[in-house]
Design a protein around this ligand. Sequence first.
Ligand SMILES: NC(=O)c1ccc[n+]([C@@H]2O[C@H](COP(=O)([O-])OP(=O)(O)OC[C@H]3O[C@@H](n4cnc5c(N)ncnc54)[C@H](OP(=O)(O)O)[C@@H]3O)[C@@H](O)[C@H]2O)c1
Length: 327
Amino acid sequence: MRAVVVRSPGPADSLEAVELPDPSPGPDELTVEVAYAGVGFVDTLFRSGAFGLPTPFTPGIEVTGHVREVGPGVAGFRPGQPVAALLNDFGRGMRAGGYAEVAVAHAAMTTRLPDGADLARVAAVLVNGVTAWLALRDLARLDVRDDVLVLGASGGLGGITGRLAAIHPARRVIAVAASPGKRLSDATWTDVVHGADLGSAVRELTDGRGVDVVIDPVGGELRTRAYDQLAPFGRLVMLGNASGRDTAIPGDSLWLGTRQVLGLSLGGVAHLIPRRVGAALTALVDLVHRGVLREPAPAILPLDRVAEVHRALEDRTAPAKTVLAVR
Ligand SMILES: NC(=O)c1ccc[n+]([C@@H]2O[C@H](COP(=O)([O-])OP(=O)(O)OC[C@H]3O[C@@H](n4cnc5c(N)ncnc54)[C@H](OP(=O)(O)O)[C@@H]3O)[C@@H](O)[C@H]2O)c1
């Protein structure tokens, strides 16, 4: 099969197209003939060595396609069925593998798709959508009276988290504005504020009360500014560090401010809760298929242009989401 591998971690040029033997499924696994593989910022971290994966490996943690073969112990799937699968399972030694014509998936983190499902659109929502689902429901415990502030709203994860919060619904879903040239104009956002005057803008919008939930895939100075606007009993959910900068939050400010800071890494926890992740995946895909969750159409590029997509993610010029057409 055709696949993209990283032999030694490094810049986008370390993504190399090669021929590999077709993989076979082990117990509780199935193989997928990949139609589309989603690309996210997290893939650039895999590629650059931030997670220290053994090499060589094939990146790509979210795919759609058709079942090729089912392994021992797998029920409910048959060859030819359209499916979506999450492959970001660090704990069991599964090393991504989505940028390839055939990928190995755990049955527990694979969901069947209806015939006629839009495989490109579905591939675009898997990792970010399941992360957003768990972040809003299980960590932030979103309430209809909540005001939510979303950092990185122009990106894949921030965007879908805002849209899921909006259909929950939350009272306000406030976006923090993106780089000039990237517009945040859809109906998801009740308000758009700028990072530079985030504090005063949030105080004005909430009559000085602050927000109940901050969704933070960005980190850095923006995290500190957003944290400072959390109302008592407010929850800040850390989902990433797209700025490349982690920032500490002092314990005393949590205690004296009666606030919560929570973290979630889907790849770090998926192997511990595969059925919960699988249930979230099924629910999410259903929302997309029924048109309840309306995600913008992703950009679609062929597999051999993957390095270009990684470069655009790293220099902040990428569209909100790109998927690779593999077959
Ligand atoms: N917790 C999980 O399980 C999980 C799952 C998926 C992703 N993630 C993480 O979430 C983060 C975002 O991923 P993504 O796929 O959404 O990336 P993305 O599509 O590239 O979006 C990144 C977002 O962050 C903003 N941003 C980047 N650098 C910034 C800076 N220095 N200051 C302010 N804003 C900045 C971007 O704004 P502009 O549009 O202005 O550039 C954009 O809105 C990554 O760290 C990724 O690893 C975590």
